[in-house]
Ligand binder design. Structure first.
Ligand SMILES: Nc1ncnc2c1ncn2[C@@H]1O[C@H](COP(=O)(O)OP(=O)(O)OP(=O)(O)O)[C@@H](O)[C@H]1O
Ligand SMILES: [Mg+2]
Length: 229
Protein backbone atom coordinates (compact mmCIF):
# COMPACT_ATOMS: atom_id res chain seq x y z
CA UNK A 1 0.00 0.00 0.00
CA UNK A 2 1.34 3.45 -0.89
CA UNK A 3 2.13 6.02 1.79
CA UNK A 4 -0.73 8.22 0.65
CA UNK A 5 -3.18 5.34 0.87
CA UNK A 6 -1.90 4.48 4.37
CA UNK A 7 -2.35 8.07 5.50
CA UNK A 8 -5.85 8.22 4.05
CA UNK A 9 -6.77 5.00 5.79
CA UNK A 10 -5.87 6.64 9.10
CA UNK A 11 -7.77 9.87 8.53
CA UNK A 12 -10.85 9.96 10.77
CA UNK A 13 -14.12 10.37 8.91
CA UNK A 14 -15.26 13.19 11.18
CA UNK A 15 -13.31 15.26 13.67
CA UNK A 16 -14.27 18.08 15.98
CA UNK A 17 -11.23 19.99 17.21
CA UNK A 18 -11.48 22.17 20.31
CA UNK A 19 -15.09 23.08 19.58
CA UNK A 20 -16.61 25.95 21.49
CA UNK A 21 -20.12 27.19 21.01
CA UNK A 22 -21.99 29.91 22.81
CA UNK A 23 -25.18 31.79 22.10
CA UNK A 24 -26.13 35.41 22.60
CA UNK A 25 -22.63 36.87 22.28
CA UNK A 26 -21.14 34.43 24.77
CA UNK A 27 -23.85 34.87 27.41
CA UNK A 28 -24.92 31.24 26.99
CA UNK A 29 -21.86 28.95 26.83
CA UNK A 30 -22.87 25.53 25.52
CA UNK A 31 -19.76 23.70 24.29
CA UNK A 32 -16.50 24.23 26.15
CA UNK A 33 -13.69 22.78 24.08
CA UNK A 34 -14.96 19.49 22.69
CA UNK A 35 -12.60 17.11 20.87
CA UNK A 36 -14.07 14.14 19.06
CA UNK A 37 -12.59 11.92 16.40
CA UNK A 38 -14.59 9.18 14.73
CA UNK A 39 -13.13 6.66 12.29
CA UNK A 40 -15.04 5.30 9.32
CA UNK A 41 -17.19 2.37 10.34
CA UNK A 42 -17.45 3.30 14.02
CA UNK A 43 -20.71 3.68 15.90
CA UNK A 44 -20.58 6.27 18.68
CA UNK A 45 -23.24 7.13 21.26
CA UNK A 46 -23.31 10.55 22.93
CA UNK A 47 -24.97 10.40 26.32
CA UNK A 48 -25.53 13.05 28.94
CA UNK A 49 -28.17 15.07 30.74
CA UNK A 50 -30.66 17.28 28.96
CA UNK A 51 -29.07 20.60 27.97
CA UNK A 52 -25.44 19.36 28.11
CA UNK A 53 -24.93 20.14 24.41
CA UNK A 54 -25.51 16.89 22.49
CA UNK A 55 -27.74 18.39 19.78
CA UNK A 56 -25.47 21.42 19.51
CA UNK A 57 -22.45 19.16 18.93
CA UNK A 58 -24.26 17.10 16.30
CA UNK A 59 -25.32 20.28 14.50
CA UNK A 60 -21.69 21.44 14.37
CA UNK A 61 -20.46 18.03 13.17
CA UNK A 62 -23.09 18.07 10.43
CA UNK A 63 -22.27 21.67 9.36
CA UNK A 64 -25.79 22.80 10.24
CA UNK A 65 -24.25 25.42 12.50
CA UNK A 66 -20.81 26.93 12.99
CA UNK A 67 -18.65 26.78 16.11
CA UNK A 68 -17.72 29.95 17.97
CA UNK A 69 -14.19 28.55 18.05
CA UNK A 70 -12.52 25.36 16.80
CA UNK A 71 -13.07 23.43 13.60
CA UNK A 72 -14.77 20.43 12.09
CA UNK A 73 -13.01 18.22 9.56
CA UNK A 74 -14.77 15.77 7.30
CA UNK A 75 -12.36 13.20 5.88
CA UNK A 76 -9.50 15.43 7.06
CA UNK A 77 -10.87 18.48 5.24
CA UNK A 78 -12.16 21.61 6.91
CA UNK A 79 -15.32 22.86 5.24
CA UNK A 80 -14.75 26.58 5.18
CA UNK A 81 -17.12 27.84 2.56
CA UNK A 82 -20.88 27.61 2.90
CA UNK A 83 -21.05 25.91 -0.53
CA UNK A 84 -18.66 23.20 0.75
CA UNK A 85 -20.80 22.71 3.84
CA UNK A 86 -23.96 22.49 1.76
CA UNK A 87 -22.37 19.93 -0.53
CA UNK A 88 -21.16 17.84 2.38
CA UNK A 89 -24.63 17.87 3.87
CA UNK A 90 -26.21 16.85 0.62
CA UNK A 91 -23.82 14.09 -0.34
CA UNK A 92 -21.79 12.86 2.62
CA UNK A 93 -23.81 13.41 5.78
CA UNK A 94 -27.31 12.26 6.71
CA UNK A 95 -29.11 13.79 9.67
CA UNK A 96 -31.99 12.41 11.75
CA UNK A 97 -33.33 15.29 13.83
CA UNK A 98 -34.53 15.16 17.44
CA UNK A 99 -37.92 16.39 16.21
CA UNK A 100 -38.06 14.58 12.90
CA UNK A 101 -38.43 17.81 10.83
CA UNK A 102 -40.51 16.15 8.13
CA UNK A 103 -42.90 18.32 6.11
CA UNK A 104 -46.34 17.33 7.44
CA UNK A 105 -48.36 18.26 4.34
CA UNK A 106 -46.20 16.28 1.96
CA UNK A 107 -46.29 12.52 1.53
CA UNK A 108 -43.78 10.08 2.91
CA UNK A 109 -42.34 9.60 -0.57
CA UNK A 110 -42.13 13.33 -1.30
CA UNK A 111 -40.31 13.95 1.97
CA UNK A 112 -37.73 11.33 1.09
CA UNK A 113 -37.19 12.50 -2.48
CA UNK A 114 -36.53 16.15 -1.59
CA UNK A 115 -32.87 15.75 -0.48
CA UNK A 116 -32.05 13.69 -3.56
CA UNK A 117 -33.63 16.10 -6.01
CA UNK A 118 -31.85 18.98 -4.20
CA UNK A 119 -28.56 17.10 -4.64
CA UNK A 120 -29.11 16.80 -8.38
CA UNK A 121 -29.92 13.07 -8.41
CA UNK A 122 -32.35 12.10 -11.15
CA UNK A 123 -35.92 11.39 -10.09
CA UNK A 124 -35.58 7.90 -11.54
CA UNK A 125 -32.49 7.04 -9.48
CA UNK A 126 -33.99 8.66 -6.39
CA UNK A 127 -37.12 6.53 -6.77
CA UNK A 128 -35.06 3.34 -7.02
CA UNK A 129 -33.25 4.24 -3.79
CA UNK A 130 -36.50 5.28 -2.09
CA UNK A 131 -38.15 1.98 -2.93
CA UNK A 132 -35.14 0.08 -1.61
CA UNK A 133 -35.14 1.97 1.70
CA UNK A 134 -38.91 2.08 2.11
CA UNK A 135 -38.97 -1.66 1.44
CA UNK A 136 -36.33 -2.35 4.07
CA UNK A 137 -38.05 -0.18 6.66
CA UNK A 138 -41.52 -1.59 6.00
CA UNK A 139 -42.93 1.71 4.73
CA UNK A 140 -43.57 1.05 1.07
CA UNK A 141 -47.32 0.59 1.51
CA UNK A 142 -47.50 4.02 3.20
CA UNK A 143 -45.57 5.92 0.52
CA UNK A 144 -48.51 8.08 -0.61
CA UNK A 145 -49.61 8.93 2.92
CA UNK A 146 -49.10 12.44 4.27
CA UNK A 147 -46.72 12.66 7.21
CA UNK A 148 -49.43 14.04 9.49
CA UNK A 149 -51.31 10.74 9.12
CA UNK A 150 -48.36 8.53 10.09
CA UNK A 151 -47.67 7.06 13.51
CA UNK A 152 -44.65 8.20 15.53
CA UNK A 153 -42.69 5.07 14.62
CA UNK A 154 -43.52 5.47 10.93
CA UNK A 155 -42.38 9.10 11.04
CA UNK A 156 -39.07 8.14 12.63
CA UNK A 157 -38.54 5.41 10.04
CA UNK A 158 -39.36 7.96 7.31
CA UNK A 159 -36.80 10.36 8.82
CA UNK A 160 -34.26 7.53 8.74
CA UNK A 161 -35.03 6.80 5.07
CA UNK A 162 -34.75 10.47 4.19
CA UNK A 163 -31.36 10.71 5.92
CA UNK A 164 -30.02 7.71 4.00
CA UNK A 165 -31.39 8.58 0.55
CA UNK A 166 -28.12 10.00 -0.78
CA UNK A 167 -25.98 7.17 0.63
CA UNK A 168 -24.12 9.28 3.20
CA UNK A 169 -20.85 8.05 4.69
CA UNK A 170 -21.84 9.57 8.02
CA UNK A 171 -25.17 9.42 9.81
CA UNK A 172 -25.77 11.88 12.64
CA UNK A 173 -28.81 10.82 14.62
CA UNK A 174 -30.24 13.03 17.35
CA UNK A 175 -32.42 10.96 19.67
CA UNK A 176 -33.66 8.98 16.68
CA UNK A 177 -36.11 7.04 18.83
CA UNK A 178 -36.61 9.55 21.64
CA UNK A 179 -40.30 10.17 21.05
CA UNK A 180 -41.29 6.50 20.80
CA UNK A 181 -42.53 3.92 23.27
CA UNK A 182 -40.03 1.30 24.41
CA UNK A 183 -41.04 -1.43 21.98
CA UNK A 184 -41.24 0.83 18.90
CA UNK A 185 -38.00 2.51 19.93
CA UNK A 186 -36.23 -0.86 20.03
CA UNK A 187 -37.63 -1.78 16.60
CA UNK A 188 -36.62 1.50 14.94
CA UNK A 189 -33.18 1.35 16.54
CA UNK A 190 -32.64 -2.21 15.36
CA UNK A 191 -33.51 -1.10 11.84
CA UNK A 192 -31.14 1.83 12.09
CA UNK A 193 -28.26 -0.38 13.25
CA UNK A 194 -29.00 -2.93 10.53
CA UNK A 195 -28.91 -0.25 7.81
CA UNK A 196 -25.76 1.28 9.29
CA UNK A 197 -24.05 -2.13 9.29
CA UNK A 198 -25.13 -3.28 5.84
CA UNK A 199 -24.37 0.05 4.16
CA UNK A 200 -21.08 0.58 6.03
CA UNK A 201 -22.23 3.90 7.49
CA UNK A 202 -20.46 5.63 10.37
CA UNK A 203 -22.88 6.62 13.13
CA UNK A 204 -22.78 9.32 15.79
CA UNK A 205 -25.97 9.25 17.83
CA UNK A 206 -27.22 11.30 20.76
CA UNK A 207 -29.41 9.29 23.10
CA UNK A 208 -30.73 9.20 26.63
CA UNK A 209 -31.30 5.49 26.31
CA UNK A 210 -28.38 3.67 27.92
CA UNK A 211 -29.48 0.28 26.57
CA UNK A 212 -29.35 1.60 23.00
CA UNK A 213 -26.07 3.42 23.67
CA UNK A 214 -24.52 0.15 24.84
CA UNK A 215 -25.11 -1.30 21.38
CA UNK A 216 -22.75 1.26 19.84
CA UNK A 217 -19.05 0.50 19.68
CA UNK A 218 -18.13 3.61 21.68
CA UNK A 219 -19.92 5.63 24.30
CA UNK A 220 -18.92 9.24 25.00
CA UNK A 221 -20.32 11.04 28.01
CA UNK A 222 -21.16 14.72 27.77
CA UNK A 223 -21.49 16.95 30.76
CA UNK A 224 -21.88 20.73 30.77
CA UNK A 225 -20.47 21.17 27.31
CA UNK A 226 -17.48 18.87 27.71
CA UNK A 227 -16.98 15.41 26.31
CA UNK A 228 -15.54 12.53 28.34
CA UNK A 229 -14.52 9.75 25.99
N1 LIG B 1 -30.31 28.73 19.41
C1 LIG B 1 -30.08 28.76 20.72
N2 LIG B 1 -30.07 29.92 21.42
C2 LIG B 1 -29.81 29.95 22.74
N3 LIG B 1 -29.55 28.85 23.50
C3 LIG B 1 -29.57 27.66 22.86
C4 LIG B 1 -29.82 27.54 21.45
N4 LIG B 1 -29.75 26.24 21.11
C5 LIG B 1 -29.47 25.56 22.25
N5 LIG B 1 -29.36 26.41 23.30
C6 LIG B 1 -29.04 26.05 24.69
O1 LIG B 1 -27.87 25.26 24.64
C7 LIG B 1 -27.92 24.25 25.66
C8 LIG B 1 -27.63 22.91 25.04
O2 LIG B 1 -28.71 22.55 24.17
P1 LIG B 1 -28.74 21.19 23.37
O3 LIG B 1 -29.98 21.21 22.58
O4 LIG B 1 -27.46 21.02 22.64
O5 LIG B 1 -28.79 20.13 24.56
P2 LIG B 1 -29.02 18.54 24.51
O6 LIG B 1 -27.90 17.91 25.26
O7 LIG B 1 -29.26 18.12 23.12
O8 LIG B 1 -30.36 18.40 25.37
P3 LIG B 1 -31.57 17.33 25.23
O9 LIG B 1 -31.06 16.05 25.81
O10 LIG B 1 -32.66 17.95 26.05
O11 LIG B 1 -31.93 17.24 23.78
C9 LIG B 1 -29.29 24.37 26.31
O12 LIG B 1 -29.14 25.07 27.52
C10 LIG B 1 -30.09 25.17 25.32
O13 LIG B 1 -31.07 25.95 25.97
MG1 LIG C 1 -30.89 17.39 22.12
Amino acid sequence: MSKVATQNAKTPLIQGENLWKSYEAGAIPVLNGVDLSVDAGETVALCGPSGCGKSTLLHLLGSLDEPTRGRVLLNGRELKRSSERRNALRHEVGFVFQLHNLLPDLTLEENCLIPSIAAGISRRDALVRFEQLAGRTGLIHRRAQKIQKLSGGERQRTALCRALMNRPALLLADEPTGSLDEKTSAQVFELLMELVATEGITLVMATHDRALAAKCRRLSEMHEGRLYV
